[in-house]
Design a protein around this ligand. Structure first.
Ligand code: DGT
Ligand code: CA
Ligand code: CA
Ligand code: ZN
Length: 580
């Protein structure tokens, strides 16, 4: 951020704080005016501050404000802001982000109802304290209450498991609007992030007005946040924000690249362009003619803009899959040949009615056949998972027989008799070796004691990964996104042990888990380890989770070669046999 932007934000905050504390309205608007002037100033602020009378010569900046700006340039502190901030509870400033709450109202809520943050505001609404204030109508309170609910939801990002199906459905509906020739998503969703802030859509249309109208009036829209000629934003089902931009066909690649991000990737590409005397923006890649104004505004033609490939090529860079466009990814290294959903031939972690699944062995097998799998592992829970109706040794023996029977009747698929065996807190497994040895495949997973120390977690998981009869460590950390962090083992040590013993680590594809996460997948691969992507399906629809696991794998640089679910079946069967 430039100096003036940073200082403008501080003046704005000062104005808000003054208003909350009931300061003189004239002084409040003076501070706001200074913020606006600073916001619009596009020279060098420090240079201006050093020029005698320079600041004072600007419209809206008086003698006092000029002195405060000079002081800020010297000390980095805005005189008065810290003092007044100390008088006001920290949480009050946060309330200003809630739509419909201005500083005046926040000040009243504080003084008259003891509100200091979102939690106490919620209390004051619920216990009727707010309703008892003079000039506080039921409608205003209902509005504040709604905004509060939405802010709480917005603070939680949306799972990719909700965002991707929604975007798919939305794009299908909008693609059929007359004039639409292309519609795709960009942003964090295209990069395959595990949670999504908002969904960014990009379209080409011969009739943008018609498309925007269809977009803002579609079923589920609870608020239209903005609607212009070529772009609009809506809130859907009071939950997620969706932005739509309509761009000319010849600019689609530049826009798609820009709005896919990440911001850091965009910055790196712009820098690369500058080094080559080029300018990159959302409209295209242009020659840099030294002029300040944007080239597209001066009718300049881009060197590249229609496709992403054109732009990367003109920058002498390899095209990068969106999953490898984060700040941690460079731009010059050629990306690996990432795994795809089509590469996956099987699921190696699934449940049936024998434990807590919804389908029989046969129904699961038939679903797997429908999805084109060559094999399927049935891995119901072990005895310690009591709440999941885990199998004791006797039940497991007959379950294995039942699996083999169904397998014999279905030539289209190979069923593997397995178990998801609990890893106890101390690293011991929930079945004796003798039982484990009867199974075709053993997935060992932590389910309880997920708050143990990192040292204990490391020892526990390494012991399981080193067990000669274990093939896969299932959801290794046990985290639930947004709900619990799970185990925090020394991931590098765990991955090294797993690699040394030829044990695969799972990417559990359930979008609530995505465990291993992308970062951990990278560590596993750096250690030369193997990955298994499984859905942990408890019902037919859960097989759809596969794509989230694949996206996470791709973000972790996973190739088909390092993923046992993508191997030819004969290679997998050989690998499964290695311990016995
Ligand atoms: P999200 O929505 O928080 O999950 O994350 P994104 O990555 O989808 O971010 P969003 O929706 O704010 O913007 C979409 C893309 O647009 C972002 O990845 C990069 C691009 N973009 C947005 N604002 C800026 C910016 O100020 N500078 C640059 N270089 N790119 C930006
Ligand atoms: Ca976004
Ligand atoms: Ca966005
Ligand atoms: Zn499971």
């Amino acid at each position: 951020m430039s100096d003036q932007r940073e200082l403008a934000a501080q003046f704005d905050q000062l104005a808000a704080l003054m208003e909350i504390t009931g300061a003189n309205g004239f002084r409040v608007s003076a501070a706001r005016r200074v913020a606006r002037v600073l916001q619009e100033f596009d020279g060098d602020l420090r240079e201006l501050a050093e020029t005698p009378g320079g600041l004072e010569a600007m419209d809206g900046i008086g003698k006092g404000s000029a002195e405060r700006i000079r002081q800020w340039c010297r000390t980095g502190r805005l005189e008065g802001r810290d003092r007044i901030a100390a008088e006001v509870p920290d949480g009050l400033i946060g309330l200003l982000d809630i739509s419909g709450l201005g500083p005046k109202t926040v000040g009243r809520l504080w003084r008259e109802a003891g509100v200091t943050d979102t939690a106490t505001l919620r209390e004051a609404i619920n216990d009727g304290r707010l309703a008892s204030l003079p000039r506080m109508g039921a409608k205003t309170i209902a509005n504040i209450s709604d905004s509060l609910d939405f802010a709480a939801k917005a603070a939680q990002r949306t799972s990719i498991g909700a965002a991707l199906p929604l975007a798919t459905q939305l794009c299908a509906a909008l693609a059929s609007v007359p004039g639409t020739t292309r519609i795709d998503w960009a942003g964090s969703l295209r990069r395959g992030c595990e949670t999504i802030g908002d969904i960014d859509l990009l379209a080409i249309s011969g009739d943008p007005t018609c498309l925007i109208a269809a977009f803002t009036t579609q079923p589920g829209v609870t608020k239209v946040l903005a609607a212009g000629d070529t772009k609009a934003s809506v809130r859907l089902n009071d939950q997620i924000q969706i932005d739509l931009r309509v761009v000319p066909e010849q600019e689609f690649g530049a826009a798609w690249l820009y709005f896919t991000g990440s911001k850091e990737h965009n910055v790196a590409l712009r820098h690369r362009a500058q080094q080559r005397n080029l300018r990159l923006n959302e409209y295209g890649l242009f020659p840099d003619d030294g002029e300040e104004s944007p080239p597209q505004d001066r009718g300049k033609r881009p060197i590249a803009s229609q496709t992403e490939q054109d732009i990367y090529e003109a920058l002498e860079l390899p095209w990068r899959p969106p999953e490898l466009r984060e700040s941690r990814d460079g731009i010059t290294e050629p990306p690996p040949d990432l795994i795809t959903v089509e590469d996956i031939c099987r699921d190696l972690h699934t449940h049936t009615t024998a434990s807590d699944g919804h389908l029989s062995i046969r129904d699961m097998a038939e679903e797997a056949i429908r999805r084109g799998f060559d094999s399927l592992a049935i891995t119901d829970h072990s005895r310690s998972s009591v709440q999941a109706n885990g199998l004791d040794a006797d039940r497991l023996r007959s379950h294995i027989e039942a699996i083999r029977e169904v397998d014999a009747s279905l030539p289209e698929i190979t069923l593997l008799a397995g178990s998801e065996v609990d890893i106890h807190a101390d690293g011991r497994l929930d079945y004796d070796d003798e039982i484990l040895a009867m199974l075709d495949i053993v997935v060992a997973s932590p389910h309880a004691a997920l708050k143990q120390s990192p040292d204990d977690a490391t020892a526990r998981l390494i012991e399981a990964a080193s067990h000669p009869l274990v093939h896969i460590i299932g959801h290794p950390t046990g985290r639930m996104i947004g709900r619990r962090p799970g185990l925090e083992p020394d991931m590098r040590a765990l991955c090294a042990a797993a690699a040394a013993h030829g044990t695969a680590l799972e990417i559990n594809a359930n979008p609530k888990r995505l465990d291993l996460c992308d970062r951990h997948v990278r560590i596993a691969l750096e250690c030369g380890g193997l990955i298994s992507i499984n859905t942990d399906a408890h019902q037919a629809g859960h097989f759809d989770f596969l794509r989230y696991g694949v996206l996470t794998g791709r973000r972790g640089t996973l190739t088909a070669e390092a993923c046992i679910n993508a191997w030819p079946l004969s290679r997998l069967l050989e690998w499964l046999d290695r311990g016995s």
